[in-house]
Every structure is written in structure tokens, then in C-alpha cells.
Design a protein around this ligand. Structure first.
Ligand code: AMP
Length: 434
């Protein structure tokens, strides 16, 4: 590969200052990642950037280091604002800023929905250098928190720009662009280049340098991708089969709806597997709680929706299972990007039912290869059928019960064995019954 022939650059070669090199060293970052090596020199020259890079590529460092270096040169409150589509990603970005900036006294504030507004206003009162926010909550504070404005902002970062534009954030971003200085630097990072991202690029970047950390939609070589074609009614059985074949691995199981994350995790738990769900239906505190249990190794199977597939900084996932095939093939790339990171190997297995064949074919087209089949003997898999059916029945019952209790308590969440209980009435509109 061409990449191998390139000499490995150091942070010093890129122009990073000694204080920040030390911070990288403290985090164990010995060499810049590819996106960092490409982005940082341009950023330090004061250019706007558009970066195509996925989570796991080190893109946070690619924008945080030049911002911190500029901040060191001209320290100022409300110096940079980073927008993120999800709360978890915002928190992780702030954590990286804090980790890199701890030696130089960098103050960050995180403004995200689902957590107390007052605490955030207090944090803003301390005049942080960096604000990391989801768009809605940022606008909320701009209108309601006295003394807070971004009129002196020097850097704007739009992280996961493709998602920032997909999810009704467009209006909020337009509004935000109208209240921040035009004289600023803008970095736009996105895993995929969509029409909307191009539009945003025109709207807010000046002559940007475009950098790409990976070729278009490719998946890394250390990722082993396989598929299984199974009847929809036996999906659960195959899922349990794969998880037990690879027991001990850390896995992320992707489903299409929030409701099925809760149900599947409960079913897997009934079978003695250490599964935990994470989805948009959970409160922020519970999402972080679930993520921490997974990170700490208390649970080794994270059952999640696409909300969780981006941005989350989860090291060392050995396996990604697509329990539901995504209808948008780019989501496949994001999902499997959770494994085989930073040169490690990883496995991605897609369980394809008769209803999902078309979507699966689109995925093969996008990645430009035909994938091999995961070897599974049907007779062996179906030996699990009785146990799995029973576990599913109990999970259904528990969740229905919890839904009823929740209603009686006036919608307050409850938790049993780490599983958030859902009311079935709360089912996502998008959810499809098969
Ligand atoms: P990101 O793509 O920004 O979400 O980063 C993914 C992970 O890679 C984070 O845990 C970072 O701490 C880590 N990371 C970022 N840059 C480097 C680097 N140059 N060397 C080693 N690890 C890094």
C-alpha cells in the first residue's frame, strides 16, 4: 500500500508545539494518525478544512490540536465551538480537549440535551475556552443564558456533519451561523460526503482544503466481513449461536429500533449472556451508565441502534453483528467501523433475512465486494430454538410488565438487571413489523 511507503511523521514534523506534544505523549499518542498528519499542517497555516474521516481515525485530535495551539497563542474565552449530533459524542470530544489541554489549563463546557440546564449555565459563567454542544441546546443557551454569546468565536467545528444535517438540525445550524463571526476558521468533519454536507461546505467554509483519511466507503483490510442468510423467524437463534461461538468477545449488536434493543438484551440476559442495551429511548444518564458498564467489561454485548454506532469512543470491539440490516448502506460502514480499529483485527457479521436481501445487495455494491458466508450448520443452530424461544417469551413478558408499571408511575423509567424497561406504546414510528 502506498500508505506504507510514506515515512512516519512525528507531531513535531507537523508543527505541533512542545506543550501539546507532551500532552499527546501523556495520552500514549506516539505518532499522528493519518487524518492528523494530513489535517494539522493545513490547520496550523490557518486554512479551513473539510475532513472525511470516521470515528476511530483520530479526527478529534486532528481538530483539537490546532485549536489548542491557536488558543495558546491568543488565549481567550469562548474561543472555539464544536457541534456534535449526539450527546455522547459531545462528551467524548470535550474529554479529549480536556485531556490534551489539561497541562495548559483549558476550560471546556458541554451543552447537551437531557441534562440540567442550570449546571451548564454555571459552566458558561466560568467563561470556558471551548464549548462542545449539540445544536438545539446551544441555541437554547444563546437565547436564555445571560452574558453568553459566541460573538468572539475564532473556530467552529462541525463534527459528523452528515448527521448534523440529517436530523432536523439544519435550522438550528443556520440560526447559529447567523450569530457567530464570519471571520473565523471552520472545520467540517464527516464520515460520508452527502449533498447536504456539500451545501454546508459552501455555506460556511472559505476555500477549504479537503482531506480524506480513507478511500471512499472502503472498509479496512483487518476487518473480516461475513453474512448469513436466514429465515426471519430464526434470527434470534442465529444471533445466540454466533454470540456463543464467539463467547468472550466484545460485541456490538445493531438493531433497527429502540424497542428491539431492550427486548433483545433482555432475551440474551435470560440466556445468561452479559448484554446491555443502549438507544435513543434511554435517558442520558442511563445511556452513559450502559456505556460505562460495557467499557468496564461488566457487560460484553452492547445491543444498540444506529444512534450508538457513531461517535462513541468504545475501544476494542471484537465483533459487530448486524441483527437488522441497515436500509441505508452508509450506516453499514459506520457500524462496522466500530471494530478493526487502529490496526486491530475485527469481525462483522450480517444476519440477512428474506426481507432484507435488497438492502444487503446495496451494501455489497457500496463496499465493492462480495462477502463470504459465516459458517453455521442449520441443525446445530436450531438445537437452540427451544431455549431461545423461551428466553424471548420471558423477555416479552418482562418488558410488557415493566411498560404497565411505568405507565402507573406516570412514565418514570425503571431498571431491572441493567435493562431499561420500555412501554410498548412508545415504539418508534419508523419501526417495521415483520
Ligand atoms: P477519534 O477518531 O477522534 O474518536 O479517536 C479515536 C481514539 O483514538 C480515541 O480513543 C483517541 O484517544 C485515540 N487517538 C487519537 N489520536 C491518536 C494517536 N495519534 N495515536 C494513538 N491514539 C490516538
Amino acid at each position: 500500500m502506498e500508505e506504507d511507503k510514506e515515512e512516519v511523521k512525528s507531531f513535531k514534523d507537523l508543527g505541533v508545539c512542545d506543550q501539546l506534544i507532551e500532552a499527546c505523549d501523556n495520552l500514549g499518542w506516539k505518532h499522528p494518525s493519518k487524518i492528523q498528519a494530513e489535517a494539522i499542517p493545513h490547520a496550523l497555516e490557518g486554512k479551513d478544512l473539510i475532513g472525511l474521516a470516521q470515528t476511530g481515525s483520530g479526527k478529534t485530535g486532528a481538530f483539537a490540536l490546532p485549536i489548542l495551539q491557536a488558543l495558546l497563542e491568543t488565549p481567550q474565552a469562548f474561543f472555539a465551538c464544536v457541534l456534535s449530533p449526539t450527546r455522547e459524542l459531545a462528551i467524548q470530544i470535550a474529554e479529549q480537549f480536556e485531556a490534551l489541554g489539561s497541562g495548559i489549563g483549558v476550560k471546556c463546557a458541554v451543552l447537551v440535551g437531557g441534562v440540567d440546564n442550570v449546571q451548564q449555565s454555571i459552566a458558561l459563567g466560568k467563561r470556558p475556552h471551548i464549548v462542545v454542544a449539540t445544536p438545539g441546546r446551544l441555541l437554547d443557551h444563546l437565547s436564555n443564558t445571560k452574558g453568553f454569546s459566541l460573538r468572539t468565536l475564532k473556530f467552529l467545528v462541525l463534527d459528523e456533519a452528515d448527521r448534523l444535517l440529517n436530523e432536523d438540525f439544519e435550522k438550528a445550524i443556520d440560526e447559529l451561523l447567523s450569530v457567530i463571526p464570519r471571520e473565523r476558521n471552520t472545520y467540517l468533519y464527516s464520515a460520508t460526503m452527502t449533498k447536504k454536507v456539500r451545501k454546508l461546505q459552501r455555506a460556511c467554509l472559505r476555500n477549504p482544503v479537503k482531506i480524506e483519511a480513507a478511500s471512499k466507503y472502503s472498509t479496512v483490510d483487518s476487518l473480516k466481513q461475513q453474512y448469513l442468510f436466514v429465515p426471519a423467524k430464526h434470527k434470534n437463534c442465529y444471533l445466540v449461536y454466533i454470540l456463543s461461538e464467539k463467547s468472550g468477545s466484545t460485541s456490538m449488536v445493531f438493531t433497527r429500533t429502540c424497542d428491539s434493543t431492550g427486548l433483545l438484551a433482555q432475551m440474551l440476559r435470560n440466556l445468561g449472556l452479559r448484554a446491555i442495551p443502549i438507544s435513543g429511548h434511554m435517558t442520558q444518564a442511563k445511556r452513559l451508565g450502559a456505556l460505562n458498564k460495557f467499557k468496564a467489561g461488566e457487560c460484553n454485548i452492547l445491543v444498540c441502534t444506529d444512534v450508538a454506532s457513531r461517535g462513541l469512543d468504545i475501544p476494542s470491539v471484537d465483533m459487530v453483528i448486524n441483527y437488522d440490516i441497515p436500509s441505508n448502506s452508509k450506516d453499514y460502514i459506520h457500524r462496522v467501523g466500530r471494530t478493526a480499529r487502529a490496526g486491530r483485527s475485527g469481525v462483522a457479521i450480517s444476519i440477512v433475512s428474506q426481507y432484507e436481501l435488497e438492502w444487503y445487495i446495496q451494501i455489497e455494491k457500496l463496499i465493492g465486494k462480495k462477502l463470504p458466508m459465516f459458517p453455521a450448520q442449520e441443525e446445530e443452530v436450531l438445537l437452540l430454538l427451544e431455549r431461545v424461544t423461551e428466553a424471548k417469551r420471558i423477555a416479552d413478558m418482562k418488558i410488557k410488565e415493566a411498560g404497565g408499571k411505568k405507565k402507573r408511575r406516570g412514565g418514570e423509567d425503571d431498571e431491572v438487571e441493567g435493562i431499561e424497561r420500555y412501554s410498548h406504546g412508545k415504539s418508534s414510528k419508523k419501526s417495521k413489523k415483520r
